[in-house]
Design a protein around this ligand. Structure first.
Ligand code: AVI
Length: 335
């Protein structure tokens, strides 16, 4: 692609100041260049992620959907018996909400439900409304926001005495730094009331080869998902990345039990980003770290929740792929 072709797609009307700031900060920092994974999900990235979820090598989403379809009715009966019907279901990083259907259907059996998906991607929220919009007894109120602000906005919909159920599915918790997970769950809990629930989906540690093919699939969908971040910079920030001069790379860090995704510069090059007024130098082989995807042990998940102040109610495990769904409650007690 020529520099002209790269900037020809650029549309100045699209500049998002937070994206501009994240790119400028991540590409000019000393040492390892990095971009936060939350910026993967523009319209193209969200569509590519949907394709990833049906790849034979990426069993995560299928495993979670299978677990939820088997357990949602029993889980909801247990919640209703203990605390009453959760008329408010909030989901963080909802994506298109496909796997959420099982939970909503089980909840809607007991009466009407207000479903509040929270996502920073308007594209993901649009398809969530399309996919789940026609469910019986379910009204959808999408919230385009970061997670913590989104929870506050969503909880403003609570009527007195209603328990809320917060969903954090798809192992998005794995995209946080390990040191931040317990404190993030603690920040969530402090926003909620005693008796509220959290359902957390987390991918489990599994053999290196299985993980590497899940994050470096043979037909290159994950590579396209990763490289789209550079294409997004071209489109939205007048970037001049030659996409073919970067390669997708997935590494497994055994010590940290995490997949690390990088974009490797194939040559020494300089890349101009017009909207930022920056020219970014790359040495041959240098990488931009774009995502960490942590994998957990079952007992580690309940421990992290407890460190965030939650009580573990129950866990369900899919042993075939290796995925766990954990139901926590914000038990009454000291805040
Ligand atoms: C959204 N998140 C949990 C996915 C994951 O597995 O970490 C994103 C993803 N990255 C590459 N493939 C899928």
């Amino acid at each position: 692609m020529s520099a002209f072709a790269a900037s020809a797609q650029y549309s100045p009307a699209q500049v998002n100041p937070e994206f501009a700031q994240a790119v400028a900060g991540g590409l000019t920092r000393k040492g390892q260049k990095a971009l936060p994974p939350s910026w993967f999900y523009d319209e193209v990235g969200s569509a590519l992620f949907e394709v990833i979820t049906v790849l034979p090598e990426y069993g995560l989403t299928r495993a979670e959907a299978g677990l939820l379809s088997k357990t949602a009715d029993k889980m909801m009966a247990e919640i209703v018996r203990a605390s009453g019907r959760p008329a408010l279901v909030i989901e963080l990083g909802s994506g298109t909400g496909t796997k959420t259907r099982h939970i909503l259907a089980a909840t809607a059996c007991y009466g009407s439900v207000r479903y509040l998906p929270v996502d920073i991607s308007s594209a993901a929220l649009d398809s969530c409304v399309k996919i789940l919009g026609a469910m019986h007894n379910v009204s959808i109120h999408p919230i385009e926001s970061t997670y913590l602000d989104g929870i506050d906005l969503a909880l403003a919909h609570r009527k007195a005495g209603e328990p809320a159920l917060l969903l954090f599915l798809g192992s998005t918790i794995g995209n946080f730094n390990r040191g931040e997970t317990a404190s993030f769950l603690g920040h969530i809990r402090k926003r909620m009331l005693p008796g509220d629930y959290l359902l957390l989906g987390a991918d489990l540690v599994k053999p290196r080869a299985k993980l590497l093919s899940a994050y470096d699939d043979p037909i290159g969908v994950t590579a396209a998902f990763n490289l789209n971040l550079l294409a997004r910079i071209n489109r939205e920030l007048d970037g001049h990345f030659e996409i073919s001069q970067f390669a997708h790379e997935a590494r497994y860090n055994e010590r940290q039990s995490r997949i690390e995704m990088h974009l490797r510069s194939r040559i020494a090059q300089e890349v101009r980003i017009g909207e930022l007024g920056l020219t970014i130098p790359f040495s041959a082989g240098e990488t931009i770290w774009t995502e960490s995807s942590h994998k957990f042990r079952v007992e580690e998940i309940s421990r992290i929740g407890r460190r965030g102040g939650w009580s573990c109610v129950r866990q369900w495990v899919d042993g075939e792929w290796g995925f766990a769904e954990t139901l926590f409650q914000n038990a009454p007690g000291p805040k």
